[in-house]
Design a protein around this ligand. Structure first.
Ligand code: ADP
Ligand code: MG
Length: 397
């Protein structure tokens, strides 16, 4: 067993235990069970989801645990170690409830299950306790991890028999409506369908997904995440503006979404669109092609061969989609100068994290070099950590 294995297993059981003991403090009794679901990183496929396109994320070893105990009334209570608060709602009030704060991610899942046809009428309430090692707001989708952990726990406890596709849609709906964040289906699908040593190739149009081998450890590789801690005030506005450009581009090209276009359509698009819209459209078209190629290259040649695709994705986001920032560019350039095989910004852009695919023996060098380069440039110190393609949801006890 490698040196890493006991540490990872130890951390996991501690947080399952933390969720269980938090529930015991709340209720004075043992949980019925503890379930967990992972966060995710997007390997490639950025701003393609809302264009009915393709994405290739993977579930990571950082997870959110949900301990559950059934009550004998209609109340749902939820506690999280993240905030030390208990929030409460009756199943009778869920339809009219106004959701606010972090518990919207939890109550929103129940609301969305109900909206999808789960009958709450005869059901007993539950006490829930949440513990997590997915950092919030770091681009690892702590929001999908908490939604999916709760949905998985309720699916089993209430014997709903919902598959991962139905659960993902309910979790997305919770985030879109109860929380009010206009996100796609990628994060929840990656969390619910992830598997150890694999990425999840998701077609956001058909919602069909398949697992693609991503055996980083076997190939002597690791994936470094560089969280720049940059959050731009215009991130939300920028995201909206990019969505509108994509819609305008599709409309001008006479297609329902940019997914309908391929690289063969680029000359016609250049003629039909203004320069900025054309470059936005070119990013989406070429990014979809890169996702397909990355999946093919992973299957045929393995992860050491995808570096150029990651770099091309970054260049496209920097130059065509214009969602990078100097910190992300510096992270990518510095990692590449210190042994990375490929690197790119990941997530919505205007800040957030970059990822770098690195041979294990160059990891410390690359990470140190990025930290030093940020200091030299006068940027806020980044946080760096590695992630491993890991298992989807499970029952832990
Ligand atoms: P990201 O998904 O990138 O981490 P989001 O803004 O989408 O960032 O989601 C973060 C929010 O999700 C937090 O501010 C909090 O409201 C909620 N959340 C995530 N994890 C937990 C947790 N363990 N306990 C309570 N709330 C959580
Ligand atoms: Mg999120």
């Amino acid at each position: 067993m490698s040196n890493d294995a006991p540490a990872t297993l130890g951390a996991a059981s501690d947080l399952a235990g933390a969720a269980a003991s938090a529930l015991t403090s709340l209720t004075g009794a043992q949980p019925d069970g503890v379930w967990s679901a992972p966060g995710r990183v997007n390997l490639i496929g950025e701003h393609t989801d809302y264009n009915d396109g393709l994405v290739l994320p993977f579930a990571i070893e950082r997870r959110t645990w949900c301990a559950l105990r059934t009550r004998d009334d209609r109340t749902v209570r939820v506690y999280s170690t993240f905030s030390d608060e208990v929030h409460e709602l009756s199943l009778d009030a869920i339809e009219q409830a106004e959701f606010a704060g972090w518990s919207a991610y939890v109550f929103g899942v129940i609301w969305a299950l109900h909206e999808r046809g789960v009958d709450l009428a005869g059901r007993l309430g539950v006490d829930l306790a949440i513990a997590s090692d997915v950092p919030t707001g770091a681009g690892l989708s702590s929001s999908a991890a908490i939604e999916c952990a709760v949905a998985t726990a309720l699916n089993e406890t209430w014997q709903l028999g919902l598959d991962s596709g139905a659960l993902a849609l309910a979790c997305q709906r919770a985030e879109n409506v109860a929380v009010g964040a206009p996100t796609g289906i990628m994060d929840q699908t990656a969390s619910l369908r992830g598997a150890e040593g694999h990425a999840v190739l998701l077609d956001c149009q058909s919602l069909v997904s398949e697992l693609v081998p991503l055996p980083l450890a076997r190939e002597g590789l690791t994936l470094l995440v560089i969280d720049t801690h940059v959050t731009h005030a215009h991130a939300t506005g920028g995201y909206g503006a990019r969505r509108r450009s994509c819609e305008a581009g599709a409309e001008a090209m006479g297609v329902p979404s940019l997914r309908a276009l391929t690289e063969d359509d680029l000359p016609a698009a250049q003629d039909a669109l203004d320069d900025e819209t054309f470059r936005r459209v070119r990013h989406v078209i070429t990014e979809n092609a890169r996702v397909i190629e990355t999946a093919e290259v992973l299957r045929e040649h393995g992860p050491r061969a995808i570096g150029d695709l990651l770099l091309a994705s970054h260049a496209s986001m920097r130059d065509d989609f214009e969602i990078s920032v100097p910190e992300l560019d510096l992270a990518v350039e510095t990692a590449m100068a210190h042994g990375a095989i490929g690197a790119r910004m990941t997530g919505g852009g205007f800040g957030g994290s970059a990822i770098a695919l690195i041979p294990v023996e160059r990891l410390a060098e690359a990470s140190d070099a990025v930290v030093a380069a940020f200091s030299e440039a006068g940027f806020t110190a980044p946080t760096t950590f590695t992630v491993t393609p890991s298992a989807g949801p499970r029952r832990d006890s």
